[in-house]
Design a binder for this molecule. Structure first.
Ligand code: ACO
Length: 325
């Protein structure tokens, strides 16, 4: 039986030039490199330059993904940009990306699921490609969290950073088995009862300002491992796959302790876990494609490998997706 799958043709990523180390942060708030590394695994993060926007970083990542795919911007007919830090309240930053890439056909829109944004965007684009209305999608995560951080709050400003990552998905006929290439399954979840655990205290409809990120870190930590491993187990069950079959586990890069906790609960050995959080901190929707691109570039993820991605973030939102590369 022939079915349509969304196959990854290429990926790309971008980090702004400016790095901010833990040691520099220790000169700004009452913290230390030792505390940050021990609690989070983060050593440095990148900060977008003045005048460098979410859409600019998204374009860099998209260009990398297009080059890896051997495609031109005109080959793309769908752009889904996951971001919680858009250039403007509207229009969608995705249309700025579309214009900067010189694409004048197809559709482009933003999707907001905070740190789960890339998993939500990938699943959304996958559904739209499988429905047959679009042929090739750019799925991008891009964030300028540095602009919504309270730089006086040591409990949040040490955790987040800026960056972007992207993949090109293409609708291709496949056999309908789990040996297929492409997105094999995805599960998305939200539970708004937790919306005050991790939020931004502003917005166009409330304060008329962009606001600052607020987080009950302990509460986020308490739910993270259970929620994400639950979504992963659902994806494994739905696709008839076991955790032992996963070649690469590419979690949302939030915190090394959460990454280790998920891998341990699933029984995935550490050598199969892709971790880049030390280098860029939590870049929200950009973190998974940043990690994917790193592992593809260094030769770990190869065509045919089974890759599990997962994320959890504000809302709470969470989810997982299984991809045969
Ligand atoms: N430097 C030094 N000390 C600090 C810092 C800091 N940057 N931040 C907090 N502290 C202090 C606290 O004030 C507290 O001091 P006290 O005992 O005198 O009151 C002490 O450290 C312990 O604070 P806790 O909040 O209990 O520390 P915890 O071990 O929970 O670590 C952390 C905090 C790292 C935020 C942790 O809760 C965590 O990782 N939570 C998950 C947050 C996360 O990943 N969010 C990302 C968004 S959601 C997602 O992407 C999954």
């Amino acid at each position: 039986m022939s079915i349509t799958r969304s196959v990854v043709r290429g990926c790309g990523s971008y980090l702004p030039a400016r790095t901010l180390t833990n040691h520099e942060l220790a000169g700004m708030v009452d913290t230390s490199d030792e505390w940050i590394v021990q609690r989070t695994g983060i050593r440095e993060r990148h900060i977008a330059a003045a005048g460098e926007y979410t859409s600019d970083m998204a374009v860099h990542a998209a260009q990398g993904a297009l080059a890896a795919a051997g495609l031109a911007p005109q080959d793309i007919d769908l752009i889904v940009l996951a971001t919680a830090t858009p250039d403007n309240t509207f229009p969608a930053s995705a249309v700025a990306v579309q214009a900067k890439l010189g694409i004048t056909s197809g559709a482009a829109f933003d999707l907001q699921a905070v740190c789960s944004g890339f998993v939500f965007a990938l699943s959304t684009a996958d559904s739209m490609l499988r429905a047959g209305d679009f042929k090739r999608a750019l799925v991008i995560g891009s964030e300028t969290f540095s602009r919504i951080l309270d730089w006086k709050d040591r409990t949040t400003c040490v955790i987040f950073g800026d960056g972007a990552g992207a993949v090109v998905l293409e609708a291709q006929p496949q056999s309908g088995t789990k040996a297929d290439r492409g997105v094999l399954g995805a599960k998305l979840r939200s539970d708004g009862r937790y919306k005050d655990k991790l939020y931004v205290d502003g917005g166009p409809s409330t304060t008329g300002t962009a606001g600052y990120l607020r987080m009950e870190g302990k509460e986020v930590f308490r739910h993270a491992v259970g929620m994400m491993t639950g979504a992963i187990t659902d994806v494994l069950d739905a696709t008839g796959t076991t955790a032992a079959e996963i070649d690469w586990f590419v979690p949302h890069q939030a915190n090394q302790r959460i990454i280790d906790g998920c891998a341990h609960k699933l029984g995935v050995p550490s050598e199969k876990v892709i971790s880049t959080v030390a280098r860029h901190g939590n870049t929200s929707a950009a973190s998974i494609p940043l990690a994917l691109d790193t592992a593809v570039a260094d030769g770990r993820i190869k065509p045919g490998d089974l890759v599990m991605i997962e994320a959890m973030g504000g809302g709470f939102t969470w989810g997982a997706a299984l991809i045969r590369w």
